[in-house]
Write a protein that binds this ligand. Structure first.
Ligand SMILES: Nc1nc2c(c(=O)[nH]1)N[C@H]1C(S)=C(S)[C@@H](COP(=O)(O)O)O[C@H]1N2
Ligand SMILES: [Mo]
Length: 385
């Protein structure tokens, strides 16, 4: 049995039957658990947002983050229309439009293709856009077949510029009094669609995709915000014009006021690639030894810095050394003997090119009039006793 085929349940069974050492060496999941310190006690933030309730999209509770990978039952869900009932036996994926050879693929056809995995973080671009929505993020091992060879097999015709991905879920939309019953859809340019790490994904953390996360097949676009990762996929259509449906051109449009020579230029852009981001997830202590834990993601992260009150920026340490280009990095900073008063703690991520996660008053964030792509630094307040 290959380690990658071991399920979480099997792992838990091995853990309880005394094979913990073996499991630690071989398991992708346990090896990624946070190295917590014995007797560690959580220090609650003073500005703790309302506790995420299960009805609220199964949001991540940052202060209880204890693993690199998010278990399926704890993974957030964001769905704009209904939750479609899709039977695996009847499910078919059409690849149509400007292609030489239209395809109709069954689930078995997809599973019969080359299998590929990616461990990547999925974040809703609305995350941190408003106070009660701060846990729409998770990291999973996604498995499926690469999208590019399927598009190559269909053969994109000269003039095709976009690939539109349709889900099975549907809702009512209205534009200029025109009423439409339509499926959820998003598009990618041919270049973006052909990236080798995009997957037609049918497994999440080695289990079939849960119903709420797109069963039986969803698109996974590593490095892009949640919205691009179309669930309950049913049709892929190559087109010779830009697709301008609700989730490309009306919703999930960032409206930003930029200044050019003192004049406002209003930029409206479709949400796409993830932005650089980090945050302080939790603070714990063992006696006087305090530790700040957090995560950083969105771009290839080079370093993370922490700032306490108005002090200097201090270098954080990466807690886990796993390298996965599109997955969050977990970090910590050891905060020795903090004074027994109220403090602020904040982090900032720095990417490989030296770009720094902006503060909330940076024009990139302050000039943004919509809540999407809210990647500004998150300041937390904490009382040390
Ligand atoms: N078909 C379909 N795909 C969808 C959505 C949807 O409503 N319908 N929501 C999108 C949004 S906004 C996000 S953030 C992610 C969330 O993925 P998850 O529910 O698996 O966490 O799915 C995306 N894919
Ligand atoms: Mo989203």
């Amino acid at each position: 049995m290959k380690s990658s085929q071991i399920t979480r349940r099997e792992l838990l069974m091995q853990a309880t039957t005394g094979l913990v050492g073996w499991a630690l060496l071989h398991s992708p999941l346990l090896a990624h658990a946070f190295p917590s310190r014995a007797g560690e006690v959580l220090v609650p933030f003073l500005d703790q947002p309302p506790k995420p309730s299960s009805s609220q999209a199964n949001l991540l509770d940052w202060s209880h983050l204890d693993s690199w990978m998010t278990p399926n039952d704890k993974f957030f869900r964001v769905s704009h229309y209904n939750m479609p009932e899709v039977s695996a036996a009847d499910w078919k994926l059409e690849v149509v439009g400007m292609v030489k050879q239209p395809l109709t693929l069954t689930l078995n056809d997809i599973k019969g293709q080359q299998k590929q995995n990616v461990i990547s973080t999925l974040e809703c671009s609305g995350n941190h856009g408003f106070p009660t929505f701060t846990g729409a993020i998770g990291t999973a091992k996604w498995s499926g077949t690469p999208l590019a060879p399927i598009l190559e097999e269909a053969g994109i015709l000269e003039g095709g510029i976009e690939v539109v991905f349709f889900g099975s879920d549907e809702g009512d939309e209205e534009v200029r009094e025109i009423k439409m019953r339509q499926n959820f859809a998003r598009s990618l340019s041919i270049t973006d669609a052909m990236r080798p790490d995009n997957l037609l994904c049918y497994e999440m953390n080695d289990a079939p995709l849960p119903k709420g996360n797109g069963f039986p097949v969803r698109l996974i676009v590593p490095g892009w915000y949640g919205i691009a990762n179309v669930k309950w996929l049913k049709r892929i259509e190559v087109r010779d014009t830009r697709y301008m449906g609700r989730f490309m051109a009306r919703d999930y449009v960032t409206i930003r006021e930029e200044k050019r020579d003192g004049k406002s230029v209003w930029m409206e852009t479709s949400v796409g690639r993830t932005q650089i981001k980090s945050l302080v997830a939790k603070v714990t202590h063992v006696g006087e030894k305090y530790r700040i834990y957090g995560a950083a993601w969105g771009r290839p992260i080079k370093s993370v810095e922490v700032r306490i009150d108005n002090g200097p920026w201090l270098k954080a340490t990466f807690t886990l050394t796993q390298e996965a280009e599109h997955a969050w990095k977990i970090w910590h900073y050891d905060w020795d003997k903090p004074s027994a008063v109220e403090h602020t703690v904040v982090s900032r991520a720095i990417d490989a090119q030296g770009n720094v996660q902006p503060t909330m008053d940076d024009p990139a964030i302050a000039g943004k009039h919509t809540y999407w792509e809210s990647n500004g630094q998150v300041v937390r307040r904490i009382q040390i006793n």
